[in-house]
Ligand binder design. Structure first.
Ligand code: URA
Length: 211
């Protein structure tokens, strides 16, 4: 497993605004969109391409296009949905699948409540969107789910992570080289309720309100 923390002034700037409790939902959503597009640029560094021949107005030349099978983007419901637009801007031809996982607030374990993905993901590059890598339970389940169905590489895009979650992921995923985690920052710790500190609060609530 590889972990990449994106060190970029625009990422840090947007993340600081996201952390601010006075940032309203509409601005928060816009910032998540912009931030994910920046992260997506980094996270797609290893996107597979195939060579093609094209005709420019002047001559024939070679270039590349995204390889088949197309990558699949998997937002984890609900908060991951807020990251979909930002990711899709850079990968408009990707397919989109959905995984609904929520955490049991008592055990902090992930529970799957929705799944809209192809059964066979053989050879697919998968991009998982989950804003908060807290205990890591959701990502562990998601990554295992995708790899069990034949995914070739799984790249997770997160806004924030906690050291506890990364340790759990490392234990569960081990040294599988085809799993990469991209995030905007690694925070200090998890509090007793499993929230990332300093964090940004409940990402789903900040995106969509408390329901
Ligand atoms: N999920 C969130 O939305 N925020 C946290 O801090 C941890 C998990």
């Amino acid at each position: 497993m590889r972990i990449e923390i994106i060190d970029h002034p625009l990422v840090a700037h947007k993340l600081t605004l996201l952390r601010d409790e006075n940032t309203p939902s509409a601005v928060f959503r816009q910032l998540v969109d912009e931030l994910v597009t920046l992260l997506a640029y980094e996270a797609t560094h290893d996107a597979r391409v195939q060579e093609i021949t094209i005709q420019t107005p002047l001559t024939e030349t070679t270039g590349v296009k995204l390889a088949e099978p197309r990558p699949i983007v998997v937002p984890i419901l609900r908060a991951g949905l807020g990251m979909l637009e930002g990711m899709s801007k850079l990968l408009p031809s990707a397919e989109i699948g959905f995984l609904g996982l929520k955490r049991d607030e008592e055990t902090l374990q992930a529970i799957t409540y929705a799944n809209r993905l192809p059964d066979d993901l053989s050879g697919r590059q998968c991009y998982v969107l989950d804003p908060m890598l807290a205990t890591g339970a959701t990502l562990i389940d998601s990554v295992n789910y995708l790899l069990e169905r034949g995914a070739r590489d799984v790249t997770c895009v997160c806004l924030l992570g906690a050291p506890e979650g990364l340790r759990n992921l490392e234990k569960a995923i081990g040294n599988r080289a085809n799993v990469t985690i991209f995030m905007a920052a690694l925070d200090d710790h998890l509090n007793e309720k499993g929230y990332i500190v300093p964090g940004l609060g409940d990402a789903g609530d900040r995106l969509y309100g408390v329901v």
